[in-house]
Design a protein around this ligand. Structure first.
Ligand SMILES: Nc1ncnc2c1ncn2[C@@H]1O[C@H](COP(=O)(O)OP(=O)(O)OP(=O)(O)O)[C@@H](O)[C@H]1O
Ligand SMILES: [Zn+2]
Length: 717
């Protein structure tokens, strides 16, 4: 009998081609089966979405093309996975084909059956070797009382859990034990652990391997992030899909991993903005994790009484798939959900070993010598630490040597010719680099406009602070009499493979005394000998127009401070120094007492008054065009043509505005804000608006439009 499967193929975001195409097949194909199908002149990877026994209306049987091949070495992607990508596509206003195919490892798209069979064989062989237990076992410490209480509460949780644990309270140990419990409960169970950034994976991966490889064999943990080579990513994906990997550690893209036995999802540092994708489908991996756990739980509940424990006796959550969001500074969205009881809050306020959180020292820059980068008392405090063999962390959110290079004699500045931004001066290789478009050139010897030889850096970046500190600390001595060592860690120093690991190792071993870096150094790391953390230029965020700026700054400073005094023996002397021109700012009052709940309450009250998230719902329509006028014409046209659409009255559309950095790589950018009082209302309107947006691309006044995108639940407006 002939079948007419509808198949999802990769379609560009707004191509107008439906994502589902009908093909012909002589055999039945289960939904989720991976196939290769002809598309135009090419042959592409597709996913069977539904099997039909009759051709769809309007398709003449002779027009239909045959499925070219079935990748029958792979089990079909299950229904929950398909529901997840379908939901993500709908919610974030993208095509199903784009989201579904982007969720698969890139290499898989290009493999034919023979190549795939070869990979699978290699994989099976590796798994067989890997089954031998690894040797380096770690011994799980007995859980602290708080950890034990959190784990007990989690066992019975019937809702997403918010693990609100102070920095150094041992959240990772809770994740490890919850994972252990999930794996023990079911021989097919799998666990997904997400971290915001690649640089957090090595340490976490080491801990998970040490804990689980001795018992479960070498292939039990796999990593999934964009820093892996395509073959590594494919191997990890296949291991997860086949069930041979029981634990997947990854960044946001791992939320789409195929995990047929998924029973637990951990989202570590859940407040981190990196969980929100900033291009393509602008999904929030944290929000999708919560949704995914719900889907999995519903499917398990529907599967019914074949579960080992009877639903009546087991706590509601235990038989489902749990999700744990962990942070010392939760996102206001998650905090609000916990306040409302939609999430279960598990609090771990104390640090392991009973150590104190670092004391806040605000340095009023109004009272410091003019032009000082580092206030003298801060420098003295650092020297003291070095002499005692302790380490310091210096945080500055700007890489490079100086953000701008300028001529003294004329108005020349290191403007990027392609962007409305300055090129950053990098001293090490004497380049001017645009951090937006990548445009790089040699530093000119003289001013390109007037020939003046005096061109000077304005402002400071990490490279300069590293240089200055090395000079300022030239007389500082370590306990062994040796000179103090200053190092830097940012996106520039960690670009090469292995360099990040090497730099972290140098810090852990005590080789480095002072580490200068961007926010990269503030997150998640378990440094043991740091007793002083300094933030040099936090002020910009205090008065930023972005309403989320205070939330982000508070989190960053709490997290950065959290790197200090993690060893209870030093915690009594640990300090967080913040240089500011506005020491009276209320944000610092909450920071001083480490009072996240107070800060959150105040912020949530402000947001409620303003109808801002989580007390309101937003989406952005963004447009890139050759001219700013075309970008805005498209946006405003789309707004006008929304008149009369169903649900139009449930949303507020604001006029189009240019982005703060208006031009990047010669493309003009603008956006239009959409607000609604409920998520459902926003979603209903966006769905109705989608066809209008497609039509508005051809407005005569929008000629020059390059692309548009909808950003649902945007992080910055
Ligand atoms: N029950 C325990 N007994 C002894 N040591 C523990 C225990 N639990 C955790 N630790 C240790 O405490 C330290 C801090 O734990 P961890 O890194 O998990 O903190 P965290 O809550 O994730 O902090 P952050 O949010 O700052 O990343 C680690 O060195 C860890 O090995
Ligand atoms: Zn540029």
């Amino acid at each position: 009998m002939t079948h007419w499967p509808s198949i999802v193929v990769a379609t560009p975001a707004h191509s107008g081609v439906g994502a589902l195409l009908s093909y012909r097949s002589e055999s039945a194909l289960a939904p989720g089966t991976l196939v290769r199908v002809p598309l135009g002149a090419r042959e592409v990877l597709g996913i069977v979405w539904a099997d039909e026994t009759a051709p769809p209306e309007g398709l003449a049987p002779e027009q239909a093309r045959d499925v070219a091949a079935v990748l029958d070495g792979l089990a079909p992607l299950n229904g929950r996975w398909r529901q997840l990508v379908q939901f993500a596509a709908r919610y974030y206003q993208r095509s199903l084909g784009e989201v579904a195919l982007a969720a698969l490892p890139p290499t898989l798209r290009d493999l034919d059956n023979t190549q795939l069979a070869r990979r699978l064989k290699r994989q099976a062989k590796a798994a067989a070797i890997g089954a031998a237990p690894a040797s380096a076992a770690d011994t799980a410490p007995p859980p602290s009382d708080e950890q034990a209480a959190a784990l007990a509460a989690l066992a019975g949780a019937d809702r997403p859990a918010l693990l609100f644990g102070a920095t150094g309270s041992g959240k990772t140990e809770v994740y490890l034990r919850a994972t252990e419990r999930a794996l023990a409960a079911d021989p097919a169970a799998q666990v997904l652990v997400m971290v915001p950034e690649i640089n957090l994976t090595p340490q976490l991966e080491a801990r998970f391997r040490a804990r689980f490889e001795p018992r479960h064999g070498e292939g039990v943990v796999v990593a999934m992030h964009s820093g892996m080579t395509p073959p590594q990513r494919l191997a990890a994906w296949l291991a997860a899909h086949s069930g041979s990997a029981r634990i997947v550690l990854g960044t946001r893209l791992a939320v789409f991993a195929s995990l047929p036995g998924l029973r637990l999802i951990v989202v570590d540092e859940e407040h981190d903005p990196s969980y929100k994708s900033q291009d393509g489908a602008r999904y929030s991996a944290r929000d999708l994790a919560v949704y995914r756990a719900k889907l999995e739980s519903e499917a398990l509940a529907a599967a019914g009484p074949d579960a080992e424990t009877s639903p009546a006796s087991a706590p509601a959550g235990a038989a489902g798939c749990q999700v744990v969001l962990g942070s010392a500074t939760p996102s206001l969205e998650s905090w609000h959900a916990a306040e409302q009881g939609r999430y279960l809050r598990l609090a771990m306020p104390a640090r392991i070993g009973g150590g104190a959180l670092p004391r806040l020292r605000l340095v009023d820059m109004n009272h410091q010598p003019k032009g000082a980068t580092l206030a003298p008392p801060l420098l003295a405090a650092m020297q003291e630490r070095i002499a005692r063999g302790e380490q310091c962390l210096v945080l500055l959110n700007r890489r490079g040597y100086a953000p701008v290079l300028a001529c003294d004699a004329c108005a020349w500045k290191s403007q990027c010719p392609h962007c409305s931004a300055f090129r950053v001066f990098h001293k090490l290789d004497r380049t001017l680099r645009c951090h937006h478009c990548g445009f790089t050139s040699r530093v000119p010897r003289a001013c390109p406009d007037c020939g003046n030889l005096d061109i000077a850096p304005i402002g400071r970046g990490t490279e300069q602070i590293e240089e200055q500190l090395a000079g300022l600390l030239v007389d500082a001595r370590r306990p062994d009499g040796g000179p103090a060592r200053v190092a830097r860690m940012d996106a520039d120093t960690t670009r090469l493979k292995g360099s990040l690991e090497a730099q972290l190792a140098a810090l852990h071993s005590g080789e480095v005394d002072v580490l200068v870096g961007t926010q990269m150094i503030a997150k998640g790391h378990d440094f043991r000998r740091i007793t002083l953390v300094a933030s040099l230029n936090a002020d910009a965020a205090l008065f930023a127009s972005d309403y989320r700026a205070p939330e982000r700054l508070f989190a960053l400073l709490m997290q950065a401070g959290g790197r200090a005094g993690r060893d209870a023996r030093h915690s009594g002397v640990s300090e967080m120094w913040v240089q500011t021109w506005h020491p009276e700012h209320p944000l610092f009052a909450a920071l001083k007492t480490h009072d996240y709940p107070a800060f959150a309450a105040e912020q949530l009250a402000e947001r409620e008054m303003a109808g801002m998230p989580p007390h309101g719902y937003q989406a952005l329509l963004r447009a890139d065009a050759r001219t700013q006028a075309a970008a805005q014409a498209f946006l405003n046209g789309a707004a006008q043509q929304a008149a009369g659409l169903p649900h139009r009255d449930d949303v507020t559309l604001y006029p189009a505005v240019p982005l703060t950095i208006q031009r990047v790589a010669n493309v003009e950018r603008a956006q239009l804000l959409v607000e609604a009082a409920s998520r459902a209302a926003l979603q209903r309107f966006l769905s109705a608006w989608q066809p209008v947006l497609l039509a508005c691309r051809t407005l005569p006044e929008a000629r020059g439009l390059v692309r548009f995108a909808v950003d649902v639940d945007p992080l910055a407006i």
